[in-house]
Design a protein around this ligand. Structure first.
Ligand code: SDX
Length: 393
């Protein structure tokens, strides 16, 4: 190998791009979207305001939010032919597989999105179209997962209320529309909205850097998020907590498994590539978790196990040495479960929250005219050798 290539597996020390969207300070557990602390955004804003902030760079005025809302409300319906896709999935297909397929399929109905030389206005229409349709697609996937009929979007409801209406209006008493439930969903979506160059966002940028259309780029991000080491961890956390509960609730046994190098088991919902301190999102979600369970009058035994697991890990040298703290996925699944989502739906909800961040990062990458992503490698294979005819091999 003549040229000098620096090897950086997992890009732990590689800055892939410049970005003005999200600021992360892993040592001090700080997270800002466009300069605003996540704690303030989660407390004071609607998810749609934060989506606007991430994509356009500023919090919207009342008028800007209203016209943003109006543009989105025009696009919430998906083409009736998309029902053929839903019908084609076996009943227990994983919702994340359905989501990436359905989002990728949108280009079939909106071929203008395939134009690699689209103007900024045309790209913006495609972004609005996807933002508008995602809650409809996600809620219809949820309905399929429980074998219930779909509920159509309603124009007189705002973004999160409309989402909750499509999910629950026909099966649950008013509790799902309790303002506390709506505000918890707003918070959860805001807390997932962006996270600088994480695995799925880097995937969206990589795919978009080849001038692939927005739907294809986002569908790729959805697939990257699916992995249990990334967004899929919120489903894996609940499955882990359930397994501990089934196994007599012995948290210490699972802590020992997580520390055993010969055991592939990891404490799901713990650890982070950047945060070497508490994930600020986990703190807010844990508080929302307590509030929601109290509001719904749910005493979920896995919450007690989660709290015991957290306490034990935070006092265990193995976790202290490796600066492993609960991350965004540790408590979010407990809230989703309290809202009667199946565990397979949890990462789909993560994707709905992350969508504005993916869109903002794809837009920034395009505006900055970033080159096509094409990393190098250090070759470790065979030196040159000649082919031997098959008769002599
Ligand atoms: C998300 O990047 C983002 O921003 C992602 C995200 C976002 O908003 O986009 O924040 C969302 O993906 C959160 C992470 C969700 N994943 C999990 O909860 C899965 C469990 N966590 C891990 O697999 C792990 O912590 C990662 C994947 C999150 C981070 O992996 P790294 O940075 O590659 O760290 P590593 O695997 O090199 O681990 C360092 C050490 C190792 O021990 P040693 O070899 O040094 O002895 O810490 C250990 C690991 O074995 N370790 C764990 C552990 N996580 C790391 N040991 C037990 N349980 C764990 N969860």
């Amino acid at each position: 190998q003549s040229e000098f290539i620096t090897l950086d597996p997992g890009y732990k020390n590689t800055g892939a791009t410049k970005s003005a969207i999200t600021y992360l300070d892993g040592e001090n557990g700080i997270l800002h979207y466009r300069g605003y602390p996540i704690e303030q955004l989660a407390e004071k804003c609607l998810f749609l305001e934060v989506a606007y902030l991430l994509i356009y760079g500023e919090l919207p005025t009342k008028q800007e939010l209203e016209s943003f809302r109006a543009e989105i409300k025009e696009q919430t319906l998906i083409h009736e032919d998309m029902k053929n896709f839903f019908a084609g999935f076996p009943s227990q297909s994983h919702p994340m597989g359905q989501l990436s397929c359905l989002v990728g399929a949108l280009s079939a109905f909106y071929p203008e999105s395939l134009n690699p030389n689209a103007t900024k206005e045309e790209d913006n229409k495609t972004m609005i179209n996807l933002l508008a349709k995602m809650p409809t697609i996600v809620s219809w996937i949820h309905k399929k997962s429980i074998g219930h009929p779909i509920v159509y979007p309603k124009k007189d409801l705002n973004y999160v209320e409309n989402f909750m209406n499509m999910l629950f209006s026909d099966v649950t008493a008013e509790s799902s529309f309790d303002p506390a439930i709506i505000s918890a969903m707003q918070k959860l979506l805001i807390l997932h909205a962006d996270h600088e160059q994480n695995c799925s966002t880097s995937t969206v940028r990589m795919v978009g850097s080849s001038n692939a259309n927005l739907y294809a780029s986002i569908a790729s991000g959805i697939n990257a998020l699916w992995g249990p080491l990334h967004g899929g961890a919120n489903q894996a956390v609940i499955e882990m907590l359930e397994a501990i509960k089934e196994d007599g609730g012995d948290a210490d046994k699972y802590l020992a498994k997580a520390k055993d190098k010969n055991d592939p088991f990891r404490l799901m919902g713990f650890g982070h590539r950047v945060y070497k301190n508490f994930d600020p999102r986990a703190k807010i979600i844990k508080k929302a978790c307590d509030d929601i369970l109290e509001k719904l009058g749910i005493d979920d035994p896995v919450l007690d196990i989660a709290i015991r697991l957290e306490e034990a890990a935070l006092n265990d040298q193995y976790f202290i040495d490796r600066k492993l703290y609960p991350n965004v996925d540790f408590y979010s699944g407990i809230i989703y479960r309290a809202l009667n989502f199946k565990p397979e739906m949890f990462t789909v909800l993560f994707a709905l929250g992350r969508l504005p961040g993916w869109i903002a990062q794809w837009k920034e990458m395009r505006e900055n005219k970033e080159p096509i992503g094409r990393p190098r490698q250090v070759y470790t294979g065979e030196t040159k050798r000649d082919v031997v005819d098959i008769e002599k091999r």
